[in-house]
Design a binder for this molecule. Sequence first.
Ligand code: COA
Ligand code: NAD
Length: 704
Amino acid sequence: MELSQLVVQTCLDGVVLLRVSNPPVNAISTGVRRALLDAVEQADTDSAIRAIVITGAGKSFMAGADIRELGLPAQPPSLPDLCNRIENCAKPVIAAMHGVALGGGLEIALSCHYRLAAEEVKLGLPEVLLGLMPGAGGTQRLPRLIGVESALALMLSGRHVLAKEALLLGIIDRHVLLGDAAAAGVQYAHELLNAGAGVRRSRDAEGLKDHAAAQAFLDEARNVLAKKSRHLFSPHKIVEAVQSALGMAFSEGLTQERAAFLSCLQSPQCEAFTHAFLAERAVSKAPETPGAPPLPVMAVGIVGGGLMGAGIAVSAIDAGLCVRMVEQDDKAAARGLANVEKVFAGQVSKGRITQAGMDSALKRFSVSTDYQSLKDVDLAIEAVFEDMNVKKMVFERLNLTCKPEAVLATNTSYLDIDEIARTVSRPERVIGLHFFSPANIMPLLEIVVAGKTDAQTVSTAFEFAKKLRKVPVRAGVCDGFIGNRVLAVYRAAADHMMEDGASPYQIDRALRDFGFAMGPYQVADLAGGDIGWATRKRRAANRDPNARYVQIPDRLCERGWFGQKTGRGYYLYPQGSRTGEEDPQVLAIIDEERRRVGIEPKRFTDGEIVRRYLAAMINEGANVVFDGIALRPLDVDVTFLHGYGFPRFRGGPMKYADTIGLGKVLADINEFSVADPLFWKPSALLVDLVGRRAGFATLNNALS
Ligand code: COA
Ligand code: NAD
């Protein structure tokens, strides 16, 4: 695009309006920086111009640096140079913000002399969410403007603030309630000129005057980070940069900030976070959508009001949809209603919604035992027991009752959706919508496309996910789809290590140290051991008799130790506590099992635990891509980031594999396969990629 198109200029009565135009979000690309610098320099030297207003075209001010340019060699002018030039202007510069003013966008605004914003604006410095930090004066100007406490809180959380809060904090000077921000900016410029107001630079603001208080906030932030963000790189750099703001001259602080910013930019964490950001956008686009616009979904039917049905109902009600639930009898219907009410009541008690909000939400919800209540729904979701015969019966009823175009979805975790689809006369409308528990909270939604599912059904499911603010990942039919299929394999790898000598507590600790939110045995205790036990029993008849099968989990389940809900599982949960304590009796059971199968326990280092667990996850992730169950490796990454607590700063298992090198992963698998060749079979895709010296990323690029 020509530079003149990237910044559109209009001038009236001595005030020039510079409108940045780089759709869709006015990312600050190299071209935008050049064009804005040219325009600012020209305006500053043009004697006919008395004030400059910077704004954004379309829906936004500016959404920050161009994320797609992050890995590329830097091109001049740099964003800090642009910001300094703006701040050094000899005539007043006003930022007029609307939509989003994020990252570099807000840094540009901070280098302007005055700032106003439309009411709905979202302001923030979200760089930390990309493994970065503000690198164009944000860490130096913002604390001077609003003080260390508020500035750190914004930069360390990356959260957005609306105009009202920004005004209170002192980030903006004016808040535009009505009308367009650019016009208000021009009007503000005239008022300033009329009042004889001159330039007013953020670098001269006095927010750091109380040195001792500022230092205390910095010390406190360091303490919190040491506990809560020990794995992360950039938050620590943010604190260092703000420390420079406190102890150094502005220009020196800028130099320190730049050095810290570049160290973040070059860190593997920045690459991983950026991968996650772009992968999330890639998964949200169904390949089918362009050719098959989605059907409107206003009313949703849910069959089954247990744990999942109730959570899905809450999620859909929260999205403003009407929900009709069907249960098998009056008692179960009353329980379904109570389950939904309980979730809302929990939100009221936590202050997330008001009682009036709950009452109005529940007006969109009804429960019945009569399938006729579903005759007008646009989408029906089955969430009954995980039993093929029960599911088939429900689908037969849905087929008879629901309108012909309605989408019929199943929330099954493992069952064959093609087989379910065979029970209806419209298999093209059958799809899997695999929610995760708790369904109103967990962001992941696997959209499982069966053999006969048509394009419109797929695009409707993706649109539905968007309404529910879920992260959709397209999956194919197989036992466990993407997530649970891979989970079964790495969980088995963990069980093998447990039987071979590692304690479940060491395994959990090693994986938490790697960055997982929880280890596999904490997850098992939270989810409830009975679910996995039922699945294992169901699969027992088809299990390969030569495959290794660790019986320790069964020994716990036989005692009724299902985890948190029964007060003990791998851990003890005295008096309903949610933080588990290590249990010597569990260790004794494990020892007993080792003796029974004749295993002499060996020591595992934490590093080896991580190596085996990740190798199992990556290898099965590769199989899932190879079999066409996941579209690309990035779909596996997003599944694990949003459904299985994989550390975001590592980008997902497939991204992590690329980071350490696929050759190393394959070498690990080959090493482990010496002892157990049946379990450790290298994926054909992994072998192929290593042979071609390629990474998983090459398969992402082909499709995104
Ligand atoms: N640079 C480049 N592209 C960006 C971008 C940026 N800073 N921010 C958003 N985009 C792109 C997205 O990749 C997406 O592109 P696609 O349509 O090709 O997939 C498009 O803009 C729309 O973004 P999306 O997130 O789908 O829209 P939204 O309306 O839900 O959210 C934002 C808009 C700006 C709030 C959100 O994209 C965001 O938070 N962006 C990152 C902001 C940021 O971190 N800035 C600091 C960068 S260092
Ligand atoms: P649940 O036992 O809590 O609830 C099932 C509900 O279905 C019960 O309320 C029951 O009364 C009702 N039901 C049974 N037969 C019915 C029928 N014929 N008509 C109407 N209602 C009927 O089970 P859940 O944990 O909510 O699981 C439901 C489904 O979701 C299963 O397929 C499960 O595999 C899947 N799932 C569960 C989880 C999880 O973490 N629990 C996660 C993802 C998916």
